[in-house]
Ligand binder design. Structure first.
Ligand code: GTP
Ligand code: MG
Length: 429
């Protein structure tokens, strides 16, 4: 069934900003999850600043190499887009370069697949040099086999210039060479930026605090949780992919313990591989963490699928074995306990929280402290006040867990390497 939208929004934007959305429904997929996917796609497309002229759900039985869908259905979709005056068709799946080209020929529209939608959003969001370079690289990797398309990127079309079509073999070859040269240049520049970041991380690590990374589906509330726990003001918005760069804050736990808490980029169903590759360095913050807090929007009917997607991306980057605390966020909103049962099965200790009203944040902090205990169990030293140089040494070279001044001595619980420990041996308790 083709669903159309009200005329007023239809008339307000030119044809090239009006999109017709196609959700594919595979045999094994339930109607409910298909609807949820379409709702998510609408959110993504809205984020891109396009108007939705109409939507349809097309059953996908056996994928065709030419158009993915059968030719009859494809023509029907192209006609609907035309009737609704949509200049963009968005298909919520991956299209091969050939399928995309065929679709554009068939419809006369710009035809965009899911990967490109996500790439475009990342491109819009990228604020730092590193994020911009990473996204640029991912986009080039995506566009390289698609150089014969009428428009390489939506943004170009948004900018109003249609770009010249790479006509003929020679034009295509020179386009390829240009793109490859750009890729090489970007990679080199990225290397430089990453080296800087590695240095920054090393400096942070030289105050060796345990690290905790917030991970989860986009819009789950990771940045909000960082703000609520660490009292910071990281950008948290009802926007998909509000965060592209990791932000780290110090979090004080009970008993004078501290940890470093890092907010990271959100994940999404079918996250383009090119992006996972490009963001590998950023995602390293997750990989190197001692503990992950997996944030789930409990009010989202797709919470379980979001959980699985996040697990899958974590395993893609090699962080699947890192210990996790599952938090079911937005508990202040209505949620269905039955729907969430698989999550409680995966982690019987999964904790309902709300960053909005502060529910259970104290318990979460306790839980973090307990989980990190094993990373922080060191020795207790009783250091006389006149040997404050040794306390300073521990501060410099070790990881302080607790510190307390008592009369003539300072009692420090700390992790230290063997060398430092041997210097302090006489003061061990
Ligand atoms: N009702 C309610 N809303 C919340 C809660 N936590 C976060 N939100 C809202 O959810 C939206 C997304 O929050 P963010 O913290 O930006 O989510 P994120 O996981 O960082 O998202 P990305 O950076 O896009 O991956 C915002 O509009 C928040 O205000 C909560 O406990 N309850
Ligand atoms: Mg965020």
């Amino acid at each position: 069934m083709i669903e159309t939208y009200q005329r007023e929004t239809e008339d307000s934007l030119p044809r090239e900003r009006r999109a017709f959305l196609v959700e594919l429904r595979r045999a094994e997929e339930s109607e409910r999850s298909c609807e949820a996917h379409l709702a998510e796609l609408k959110g993504l497309v809205g984020t891109l600043g396009l108007t939705i002229a109409g939507t349809t759900v097309a059953p996908l039985r056996s994928p065709s190499p030419a158009l993915l869908l059968g030719s009859g259905k494809s023509e029907e979709i192209a006609d609907s887009a035309d009737e609704l005056d949509a200049g963009v068709i968005i298909i919520d799946d991956d299209l091969t370069p050939r399928q995309q080209r065929n679709w554009e020929r068939l419809s006369g529209c710009v035809v965009i697949d899911r990967q490109e939608v996500i790439l475009e959003i990342f491109a819009d969001r990228a604020a730092t040099r590193e994020a911009s370079l990473q996204v640029a690289l991912a986009r080039m990797e995506y566009s390289l086999p698609r150089l014969t398309r009428a428009w390489t990127h939506l943004s170009r079309q948004r900018g109003g210039s249609r770009g010249t079509r790479g006509e003929g073999e020679t034009q295509l070859e020179s386009d390829r060479r240009i793109v490859l040269a750009k890729v090489a240049k970007l990679k080199k520049e990225l290397e430089g930026v990453r080296r800087q970041r590695a240095t920054a991380r090393k400096q942070r690590r030289s105050v060796p605090l345990p690290t905790v990374a917030l991970v989860g589906y986009t819009n789950a509330g990771k940045s909000s949780l960082l703000n609520a726990l660490a009292g910071s003001a990281v950008n948290a918005e009802d926007k998909l992919f509000a965060t592209l760069d990791p932000t780290t804050r110090r979090l004080e736990l009970s008993g004078g313990r501290s940890v470093l808490l890092t907010d990271t980029v959100g994940f999404i169903r079918k996250l383009p591989h090119a992006l996972v590759d490009a963001f590998r360095a950023t995602l390293e913050e997750t990989l190197l963490a001692d503990l992950l807090i997996h944030v789930i929007d409990a009010s989202d009917p797709e919470a379980v699928e979001h959980y699985r997607t996040t697990r899958q991306v974590l395993s893609e980057i090699g962080a699947e074995d890192t210990e996790q605390i599952i938090v079911l966020n937005k508990a202040d909103l209505p949620h269905d306990p039955l729907l969430l049962a698989p999550l409680r099965e995966a982690d019987p200790q999964a904790l309902f929280i709300s960053t909005k009203n502060g529910l259970h944040l104290d318990i979460l902090k306790e839980r973090i402290a307990v989980m990190l205990e094993k990373h922080t169990s060191g020795h207790r030293y009783r250091i006389p006040l006149d040997r404050y140089d040794l306390v300073a040494l521990l501060h410099r070279e070790g990881r302080i867990i607790t510190e307390e001044a008592t009369g003539q001595a300072v009692c420090v619980e700390a992790m230290a390497n063997e060398k430092v420990d041997s210097i302090l041996k006489a003061f061990r308790e």
